[in-house]
Design a binder for this molecule. Structure first.
Ligand code: PMP
Length: 457
């Protein structure tokens, strides 16, 4: 029986990443308030937000300093823009701060509102850059299967997941996909992780040579893949991939939308994974998700080409009404200040062993085929047969059922197929991690009972 609020929702809203058919009878979970790592539904039931929303509320749900920062900025200057050479203090300060924090040289910062628009900006800048350099053929961008980069037309094209392409007439031209660096699923029988990494780097090089290096402009990757199932590339993978990119003058774009700002135990995921990208997309935890904000970190070479184009064609024709929104930027500045002052990334790194102690214990669970992740993000892949890695039939919806059971136990997590993701706010404490895994363990045991009862293995 749906409540009144649920009925009103079903009658009015389209829900992203939701089965729009079954949803009509299940209705939504309506969340009303939050405190720390906890959120509360409209009946007052408490849940640990084990996903930090969508991998984003790093500081949890009741940061009063951010609220106050927003209030002050809203009353002083609620809106200005960056078009036509206008600016505002907070946007300048945030850009300065990001340049200072970035693990590679950055010339300029371009602001947007979402991970998707940041990656669309990356695509457009890569094209613009190569046109400016007089290399109009060098336009192809290589992304990875199971990579996630967003849902706008260009970023959904980069995303390597079928549901983002089927029926949407995507991907667009000039976007290619290479293999997913997930050894458990795609490593060959007896192939070591190192050999797997070598094979994937060779495959990338063959793709570039087949297409013609003069047509391949960039490669984009999440340091650790998130929405495609929490995929951690094997050691030596990036080292080998980067050597290929260098050989063929291909730009390396790091999509740090999830990994940026402490998630893997370092300020940026690229550092944790041994990547030295040319440019980065940032979003989510840049404001702890208290305001929509994204940033693209632009290297000097690209910026110089942009200036050269302006000399020829006039204004730079890209930007959003809300690029550099002063409220978002002020919140971004405050969020980064809190990260630094309270050593939030250090705290997250210190919490990680406790998180992994629980995760390691779950490796023996009969439902769990693989546990993967790094820092404070993890994915657990549920399988029908541990020994053979046989997956459940997708139509059984085992992952979705486990997620629903966790929700009954007062834990919010995310099912991506049969992989369950955990990505709690970075401020989570040890006792809360223990509590999270008590709930998670109960949900997994109930899922296991269900699997047995339904004869799914
Ligand atoms: N890149 C990555 C790595 C992401 O995880 C996401 C969102 N989950 C995006 C881009 C898209 O961000 P948004 O939903 O803000 O458009």
């Amino acid at each position: 029986m749906l409540t009144n609020l649920q009925t009103r929702d079903v009658e009015t809203l389209v829900h992203p990443y939701t089965n729009l058919d079954t949803f009509r009878s299940t209705g939504p979970l309506v969340l009303e308030s939050g405190k720390g790592v906890w959120v509360y539904d409209s009946d007052g039931k408490a849940y640990i937000e084990g996903m930090a929303g969508l991998w984003c509320t790093a500081l949890g749900y009741d940061n009063e300093e951010i609220v106050e920062t927003a209030r002050i900025q809203m009353s002083k200057m609620p809106y200005t823009h960056l078009f036509g050479a206008k600016s505002n203090d907070p946007a300048i300060e945030l850009a300065e701060k990001l340049k200072e924090m970035a693990p590679m040289p950055v010339s300029k910062v371009f602001f947007g509102l979402s991970g998707s628009d940041a990656n669309d900006t990356q695509v457009k800048l890569v094209w613009y850059y190569n046109n400016a350099l007089g290399r109009p053929k060098k336009k192809k961008i290589i992304a990875r299967l199971k990579g996630y980069h967003g849902v706008t037309v260009a970023s959904a094209s980069l995303t390597g997941l079928p549901n983002n392409h089927i029926d949407f007439d995507l991907p667009i031209a000039n976007i290619l996909h290479t293999s997913c660096p997930h050894h458990y699923r795609f490593g060959l029988e007896g192939e070591s992780e190192e050999d797997f990494a070598t094979r994937l780097a060779n495959e990338l090089e063959e793709l570039i040579l087949r297409e013609g290096p003069d047509t391949v402009a960039a490669y984009i990757a999440e340091p650790v893949g998130g929405a495609g199932g929490v995929i951690v590339p094997p050691a030596t993978y990036y080292e080998k991939i980067q050597a290929v990119l260098k050989r063929h003058d291909v730009l390396f774009i790091a999509d740090e939308v999830i990994c940026g700002f402490g998630r893997l135990g370092t300020p940026f995921g690229s550092t944790a994974m041994g990547m030295t990208p040319d440019t980065m997309s940032l979003a989510k935890a840049i404001t702890s998700a208290y305001f929509p904000l994204s940033a693209v970190l632009i290297p000097e070479a690209i910026h110089q080409a942009m200036i050269d184009e302006s000399r020829k064609i006039g204004v730079f024709g890209h930007g959003y009404t809300y690029s550099g929104h002063p409220v978002g930027a002020a919140i971004g500045v405050k969020t980064l200040e809190i990260y630094e002052r309270d050593d939030v990334f250090g705290h997250a790194a210190r919490m990680s062993p406790r998180f992994w102690k629980h995760l390691d214990a779950l490796r023996d669970h009969p439902l769990v085929g693989e546990v993967r992740g790094k820092g404070l993000v993890a994915g657990l892949e549920l399988v029908a047969d541990k020994a053979t890695k046989r997956a459940f039939e997708p139509r059984r919806g085992v992952g979705a059922k486990a997620m629903a059971l966790a929700q009954e136990e007062g834990l919010i997590l995310r099912a991506m197929g049969d992989t369950l993701a955990l990505c709690p706010p970075l401020i989570i404490k040890e006792a809360e991690i223990d509590d999270l895994f008590d709930r998670f363990g109960r949900a997994l045991n109930r899922a296991e009972e269900l699997v047995r009862k339904d004869g799914l293995r």
